[in-house]
Design a protein around this ligand. Sequence first.
Ligand code: PEP
Ligand code: MG
Length: 894
Amino acid sequence: MAKKFVYFFSKGKSDGNATMKNILGGKGANLAEMCSIGVPVPPGFTISTEVCDYYHKHGRKYPVQLQKQIDANIAMLERSMGAKLGDSKNPLLVSVRSGAAVSMPGMMDTVLNLGLNDDAVIGLGKKTGNERLAWDAYRRFIDMFGNVVMGVDHDHFEEKLTAIKKKYKAKQDNDLTATQLKELVQQYKNVYKNHVKKPFPTDAKKQLMSAVGAVFSSWNIERAVIYRRINKITGLLGTAVNVQAMVFGNMGDSSGTGVAFTRNPSTGEKKFFGEFLINAQGEDVVAGIRTPEPIAQLRREMPKIYKQLDSIREKLEKHYRDIQDVEFTIQEGKLFMLQTRTGKRTGLAAVKIAYDMVGEKMITPAEALMRIEGEQLNQLLFPIFDPIAVSKAKKIAKGLPAGPGAASGHVVFTADDAEEWKKKGKKVILVRHETSPEDVAGMDAAEGILTSTGGMTSHAAVVARGWGKCCIAGCSALNINYSKKQISVAGVIVKEGDYLSLDGATGEVMLGDVKSTTSPVISGVVENNSTAKKSSIYKMFIQVMKWADQYRKLNVRTNADTPKDSMAARRLGAEGIGLTRTEHMFFEGERIWAVREFILAQDSKTRETALKKLLPYQRKDFEGIFKEMDGLPVTIRLLDPPLHEFLPNDTEGQKEMAKRLKISSAKVEVLVKKLHELNPMLGHRGCRLSITYPELCLMQTTAIIEAACNMAKAGIKVFPEIMIPLIGTVNEFDYLEEIVRKTAKRIINKSKLKVEYTVGTMIEIPRAALTADKIASKAEFFSFGTNDLTQMTFGYSRDDAGVFLPEYIEKKILPDDPFQTIDQEGVGQLVKTAVNLGRKTNKKLKCGICGEHGGDPESVKFCHKAGLDYVSCSPYRVPIARLAAAQIAIEDSE
Ligand code: PEP
Ligand code: MG
């Protein structure tokens, strides 16, 4: 038997079905399915995507059997409709539409009203009793066929239309009479002939085959290729072609056309949502020539049709078990469905629809979880801009969406100003080239942070995400002038005090104070607000997270440096701390002076004296964190960044330091110069600091273990995990482990308590990953610091890669930013190697990840597959990580 290339569909009978998207395309498969379940659809046939594949592989030729199969299907269609293609008395008109397995809206071509010629137009006029409609359909067909099939510029037709409207003083297209349209058809045919150098084809079958070829060819036109590239659509055979009997929504006041969603795609509310136009064709709705009416109005205007449409809505949802996006046409009081597909939706709607459908017993909780994307869930957690306000706002630049939510405020350029303005009750946006740990108080005071340099793991990005604060980083179009206190960008000058709005979801920077709404989830979950807890969004979030926890295998921890962040993370579901960066505590209040004294010291005794001042602060910090994390593990990392980060880099600050520490400004300057490194990220940092200054490791261990003992005494369950950063060789680990264990033992013995702790390391250097068996024979846990591991594996500076990475991604040199989504091929291989080697020598080795990737859904899924025990991420990414971990566990079990 010849291979089947053409699939017929008509009421109650179809060759295809919804599962055949690969060969029938989404539209064709769903038309077939709708016919089978008794939804009224104009009959037709689908030419498969395999033909498209063949056509492109064989120099635009078709398989030999195709023409015969098309002819047979035309005959069936003619019988079904009681009309004949190209007939002068009873012509059958068809639409020819594209439709790939994945929706590519508007990317490929469509031809409507096919089958008309000088005879058929008369027949159509008589048959419908509507001569005007017939001539209007004909002129639209010549335009579309000329444009889509033969490449005649649409403007040439448009010019004639405009001229004839002017000639007959017609305001709208609809005002032209049948005679005037007939005149226009003649002009259109001339336009066609002038450009194509051949008369307009009169043979309907030839018209059809040319249109089919044009649709197949449109698979490879530039915009379609670009669309597939941007949306990462690969592995498809091509587009299918759907040939379907035409129905007319423009046959008078008992006709019409519309588009609708079976639920509200913005809010998820279970309410029919859409719009329609009486006496119009589909393209009129899309073109926005007339304003459509809301679907509820149809109930009043055509109650019977509305009732039928509403029952189809229910039928389709029950059948597809998801929100549908439909197109329909009413021809003289008769309803036809022209398309159904899964509806695109906002984050809020995605969660609500999935949640509601579980309640309606349409889907299971596991299916609901699989339908929610991480970023959709995220939309529930943060303020979002009003979409209408955004569409009206002036966008001046775009950077990396580094921290979530929406923020508006007055522009300030220093962290101090941010604090001061905030004290005066003003909302501010802090704008910097980049931020440094010195700026944290100002960053905290700001509604949002905007930087011109730095990537997704820059200081600003990491800190902002940790707080759930809006941040746009690496916005390189900004020209920031600190001394003039202004930004120049895209021909606009933004001065101190001017309003800017930042969209943390898109990275867009907008002028003015754009309207936004707050999140009841954050008020309810993090701030414990009882009113917010009554909101349906809050309840829905809690339930969805409960489902996720039932499925996931990975533990989810958080990266938190303060009791406040720890509390927020725990409320958002964190099961411990995977990383406390102790350096973030070194800046607060008086303690920075003790840190600077330590750096200034020339001998270990003076260093110890300075560190003694720091000890009580650190102990108190850790006590606070242990208390918040009662019963859960807390990983605390020894000091990591290079010391120059703790010194002031401006003259004003250096003068202040000289005064405070009673030394000369020159000495401070010398010190700053001495600590200057050409490559600080590869320099004197991480475990290297504690190896040169063992007293640092001693002080920090003391603070951690004393805090643990104090809390244990107060009845808190503590599980400290002391983490040594940036290990490259096992000897570094050995050296510091000994100091840690000796110190801890002494304190615990003295306390007479039974406090247990573990000592482990970060795996951030490729050498550590490759020698993980040796390191694991001593270390009790590994935490993959994939920010540094990515930096060192690629050799890309994490602070500077923003300059070239966007271009790398655009030119497809890299699929994604490796600082956001883990590079499974390279960095991932090191992670897997380290886990496998490590567990060879230490079966109980606990493995986790604490780089920014811990909050990225794709990376979380990788961590599950690599056999990690947990992921650790910023507090406000915890829900996304819980969801992603559940999704991969569900996928795994299927
Ligand atoms: C890392 O390198 O992945 C990490 C968590 O450490 P930091 O970002 O503090 O260097
Ligand atoms: Mg690191």
